[in-house]
Design a protein around this ligand. Sequence first.
Ligand SMILES: Cc1ncc(COP(=O)(O)O)c(C=O)c1O
Length: 383
Amino acid sequence: MKSKAIRLKSVKEYYFSQKLREVAGLMKSGRDVINMGVGSPDLKPHPHVTNALSSAMKHPRANMYQSYQGLPELREAIVNFYKKFYKVTLDPNTEVLPLMGSKEGIMHLSMAYLNPGDQVLIPNPGYPTYASVTRLLEAETILYPLKLENNWQPDFNTLEALDTSKIKIMWLNYPHMPTGTDANEKIFDRLIKWAKKSEILLVNDNPYSFVLTKKPKSILSRPGAQQVAVELNSLSKSFNMAGWRVGMLSGKAEVLKEVLKVKSNIDSGMFFGIQQGAIAALKTKSNWFKELNLIYQKRKVLMMKLVNNIGASVDIESVGLFLWAKLPQGAPCAEEFIDEILYKKNIFITPGTVFGTQGEGYVRFSLCVSEATIKEAIKRMES
Ligand SMILES: Cc1ncc(COP(=O)(O)O)c(C=O)c1O
């Protein structure tokens, strides 16, 4: 065998891919580990979504290759969804592109825009894929710190001071994972103005806008956004469809056209049944989100008890699928802290450092576990 690609030196195996193997090993050895680490919704999709998938199997085109741009009905459903919930108008032919999960969109967009040596602004803490994809493409990551004292929002003095000549993309992710900070429209407006001046493509990664928020927000609803910004969105968390792999990229037609050049050379369309399920999901009435959030809210209240038990603290206003818990003074580093809980209490939580250096001193709890399981975790922590 000849040697592997040099670019692989810039990344490690994804944290969860590695750690969940260890957790699986512990479980195989007989330990009953409670997984509060990952944001994979345990609740079911709406029955009309699964019914749409089952009925689709009888369709004569069900097993055939599908369009690279997704079914026209799916693009239409995305347009209606953006209109209804975000008050954003999009053209179904040029301004929406269905994806197999938003994670793949991070790679496609980056492949469409980045050359080796280009720079990319990435939140710290933030979803690890922005940085690893940037490195895989031999571009340079410029981490912008998000800090508690700035309510986990970008600091404009830092942005203004940057040499932006080589920066092509700025990743945003509001509502923010892992901190649970909601989107702030005034900050979106400032970012849009700054990105326009600096000729930077803003990409808001928006999978959490329905989870525990008062109102879903999209950067595309802000004035001028459609000239400089695009948005990734996903059915994974909003519709309990993480394993179905359905996401979308919306906004500026010119950007989507370039992304399609990459994507259409990589995959051969999304399975027909999944597209039919996604169409049904996107048509779900808004009550769906209210009912889901009632469940998540109850879990959050219980989970806060667990957080208090370990001496950590959280912001009760936080949104999204996770609690971002600040460890008490004198606690060991986040990775040591979670390993101790994993090995002594059989509970897996995520160390904040997975999301960057600004995550030191924090751990992340997922709300994708039942109330009964949270109660069991509380009991374990008290024993
Ligand atoms: C911030 C963020 N972006 C993107 C994703 C990927 O979501 P999808 O399932 O749509 O690929 C996740 C998943 O956890 C996430 O937390």
